[in-house]
Design a protein around this ligand. Sequence first.
Ligand code: PLP
Length: 353
Amino acid sequence: MDFLSKKARAIAPYTAGEQLRDRTYIKLNTNENPYPPSPAAAQALRTFPAQELRRYPRPDADDLRAAIALAEGVSPENVFCGNGSDEVLALSFPAFFDGEGAGACFADLTYSFYEVFAAFFGIPKKIVPLKADFTMDLAAMRAQDCQGYYIANPNAPTGVGIGRAQMEEFVASVPEKIVILDEAYMDFFGESCVPLTKKYANVLVVRTFSKSYSLAGMRCGYAVGSAALIAGLLRMKDCFNSYPVDAVAQAVCRAAIGDRPYYEGVIARVKAERERLQAALRGMGFTVPESRANFLFAGRGAVGGRQVYEGLKAQGVLVRHWDGPLLNDFVRITVGTPEENTILLEKLQNILS
Ligand SMILES: *Cc1c(COP(=O)(O)O)cnc(C)c1O
């Protein structure tokens, strides 16, 4: 007797990237930012008054919402904050999808948490294969009978992006269906669909402090959408955890989003290295779809993804590899600092020769 529910026994949970502590690795496996959070965010952390922690934080993170609204050019009622964008995405399933409905539609190769959340909340899924060039098949998705869509843009783990104009065309063509745009990596692309949330009632954009803001350890993400969609998320939040964003995270993320100039510099550096790394990998014979994110999806046919992953790990460099028909040949490599990327390329050369 293990007391577990049928769901707990049967569900296949999401597998997070390795956080190994057995030696010092060059860690290019979970798309973290190689640069530190902004000095303003660090200052907010250092000066946070400990006595404040005896009180619960603001349940809806109102000061942070206001700061996000200012940065995104919307009103606070258009912003919802959660404990990482994973939690925002999780709450969006029960907020916008019915167990007995037509389900949530997403690509076969995309953020694997969507599938886990659909299973967890008992929501049917409609899976649409990516095209051979790793782009999303929006026409095939449009034709699906579903309640709505999850689209990671740029997509993970491929890094492929969809421009705002093309996204708008899609959104406008499915006015009866909700389109949830996961923009975890959008700062590395610059085609955010937040402006579309003012024009289209069916668009919800989800963003995070984990990647471009160098704050994965703070666990904070947010959604931008119509006041009605945001109210739906708030209802779900208050059925689960009234205080998902802790007081320290609220203060630190508020300082971070107020310091865009610092982050513009960080983002520019990551993008420049992405281009260098992409060219170098292609020069070594890897297939790399054009990345708009802070990582590269690289495959080299005969040298399988597992072999690359294991060969790099043995040399102290962690990248991400998944087993699976579409994924076997590939590894996903986070863009690091110039020094880290140079070491990565050296170690890769060792494996190939
Ligand atoms: C990293 C990531 C997230 C979530 O990150 P949080 O740390 O929970 O904010 C969401 N979507 C995609 C596609 C990601 O890669």
